[in-house]
Design a protein around this ligand. Structure first.
Ligand SMILES: [Mg+2]
Length: 276
């Protein structure tokens, strides 16, 4: 970890799944979507969701989902091309069919081809597979749930002190998140992290604008790419663009192994606490 963070001048953090943990809100989202089905479907829907969470399903964080073809895509994170296609049953497409159907770089549009970047996308993918059209109202209901007293945000012990320590070492700490400003400020206040970032970029629309935002921050704070570190739980949103720019990345991957890569520019951790 020391290698990745030592000598860095700028550290860019993601918010959801990076600065707090827990999946209670994702479960709420899944159940809200489930209620849009006929009750006879509830148990198979939720069983599949539990399998996804446990990593025992073809739908997994890190892949992409083609909503119209109802299949899962494994994407080369740097070239953004499709390297494997799996149907819901697990059947793998031939190379010929894969290349014919996806000859070019994939464009993620949040509607037809979605990157399963974090836990929000598992219930979404499942709902689409079950034919649920409207996921957005359930997403909004979940966001509303997250501001009630019933929802307890799980702060990560030692995180505040660690970020303050990075600042004390002279590093600029920036938060770049897709959440909107109101959500961000509320979450940061609840996590006691409202004063640990020099700069906050909200509604960032990662991954579409990640490269632009990172480039701008590097320019604004006048640091070299190799002295800039991106920390996040979404490879496509936060890590691949960083590596592409010559930055370093700390990828938080709950099912990952820390020795997955020994590359000096990338570190894989299960939890951010491994950085402290
Ligand atoms: Mg995240």
């Amino acid at each position: 970890m020391k290698n990745v963070l030592s000598n860095s001048g700028l550290v860019i953090f993601d918010l959801d799944g990076t600065l707090y943990e827990g999946s209670e809100h994702f479960d709420y989202y899944a159940k809200h979507l489930m209620k849009k089905l006929s009750p006879v479907m509830y148990s198979s829907f939720y069983e599949e969701y539990e399998m996804m969470k446990a990593g025992n399903h073809v739908v997994q964080i890190g892949k992409a989902y083609d909503v119209n073809r109802d299949c899962l895509l494994t994407i080369d994170p740097i070239k953004l091309t499709v390297i494997k296609v799996e149907e819901w049953t697990g059947t793998v497409w031939s190379e010929e069919q894969t290349n014919k159907t996806f000859p070019n770089e994939v464009i993620f549009d949040f509607e037809n081809i979605v990157a399963l970047g974090d836990g929000w996308w598992l219930p979404f993918t499942l709902a689409k597979h079950y034919g649920i059209e409207d996921c957005y109202s359930s997403y909004l209901a979940t966001k509303e749930f997250m501001v009630t007293e019933d929802f307890e945000l799980k702060a990560i012990p030692g995180l505040r002190e660690w970020i303050l320590q990075l600042q004390a070492e002279g590093k600029v700490t920036v938060l770049v998140t897709n959440s909107d400003k109101e959500d961000v400020l509320r979450l940061l206040k609840e996590l006691d992290l409202n004063d640990v970032f020099s700069h906050i970029v909200s509604s960032a629309r990662k991954p579409s604008y990640t490269l632009e935002i990172f480039k701008h921050l590097i320019y604004q704070y006048d640091v070299k790419e190799e002295m800039t570190v991106s920390i996040g739980d979404n490879f496509i949103n936060e890590i691949a663009p960083a590596l592409l720019l010559g930055m370093k990345g700390i990828y938080i991957h709950p099912h990952g192994t820390t020795d997955e890569t020994e590359a000096s520019n990338l570190k894989v951790v299960r939890r951010i606490t491994e950085c402290f």
